[in-house]
Design a protein around this ligand. Structure first.
Ligand code: AKG
Length: 305
């Protein structure tokens, strides 16, 4: 089986397993009220797509509904981000100046389509960094029980090559290692080195909710597409959840760090026609709602004469 670590978990034992296998599973790491709070907030954000004054999910592909910036949604998400075990592991494995650089999640919809192939996560600028593989760890947590469509990882495939998309035929051939399918209950935490070969397995037979936190050093230059998409913007946070943070927690969340802040950022346009239609419909509805007020104003005006 895989690298399942239970009960007596220490930073050292997780780092050792991460070094060896590239992946560590901590079954039911979050339970009780902690887990329930995150599930409630996640469910709320999956109710509808983001639009006008509604918060919700973002959708740019068929089989996933993305919940962005989860640290704004519930205390539990922040508690996970700075949890002593998670923080200890990423500091030890990535480096003392590591930061949480992205915190989002998604609903994966049931499908038999192979839409999400094997890959190592491309994130840093491979045009300038050729002689090393900067370290990045993701902390993934399931918010539903996962019996299919699990996160899968080729054990020991980390730190071998610059991250890229991997063809199916390469797995078992060029990329060797046991495939760990991380089935688990809601609250299960998976820590993995993102340079290792991984994917969401298919088929996905039930909806799956999962969050993925991305820890790396902010000093590493990012690949161009992530700068253009402003993927690693400074974390968006909710003041209500930051009361208990100590200096180490603030550093991990990147307080005051403007390295990747883009003051005049404008997202490259997409779905422009749909946006224009949407806006026109919205404006028409607001104008319709305004007709009684308009009629009253007109009546007042003419009656005064
Ligand atoms: O959704 C999954 O299980 C896979 C996630 C993944 O491939 C990634 O975060 O890079």
């Amino acid at each position: 089986m895989g690298t399942l670590i239970e009960e007596t978990t220490s930073v050292a034992s997780v780092v050792e397993a991460l070094d060896r296998d590239g992946v560590v599973v901590l079954p039911e790491f979050a339970t009780g009220a902690w887990l329930a709070g995150m599930q409630r907030a996640f469910r709320q954000n999956l109710a509808r797509p983001r639009w006008n004054h509604f918060d919700g999910y973002r959708q740019t592909e068929l089989f996933r509904h993305m919940v962005e910036d989860v640290l704004m949604l519930d205390q539990g998400f922040v508690d996970l981000a700075v949890h002593p075990l998670v923080a200890g592991v990423v500091r030890e494995y990535v480096g003392a100046d590591v930061q949480l650089r992205e915190a989002k999640g998604w609903l994966s919809l049931p499908t038999k389509r192979d839409f999400h192939g094997w890959h190592g996560d491309a994130w840093y600028d491979q045009a300038t960094i050729k002689d090393r593989i900067p370290r990045e760890v993701k902390a993934a947590m399931y918010l539903t029980d996962v019996r299919s469509g699990a996160f899968a990882y080729v054990k020991g495939s980390h730190r071998q090559q610059a991250p890229r998309m991997i063809r199916k035929s390469e797995v078992g051939d060029k990329v060797k290692g046991e495939i760990l399918e991380c089935f688990g209950k809601a609250g299960t935490l998976v820590l993995f080195d993102t340079s290792g070969v991984h994917r969401q397995n298919m088929p996905i037979l039930e909806p799956r909710w999962a969050i993925f936190y991305n820890y790396h050093q902010p000093t590493v230059p990012l690949q161009k597409e992530d700068v253009v998409g402003y993927r690693y913007h400074p974390l968006l946070l909710n003041a209500a959840f930051l009361g208990g943070l100590d200096e180490a927690g603030r550093q991990l969340l990147g307080f005051g760090d403007k390295t990747h802040y883009q003051p005049d950022y404008e997202r490259p346009p997409r779905f422009e026609v749909i946006q224009a239609i949407n806006h026109a419909l919205l404006l028409a509805k607001i104008r319709l709602e305004d007709i009684p007020v308009l009629l009253k104003d007109l009546a007042r005006h003419y009656l005064k004469r």
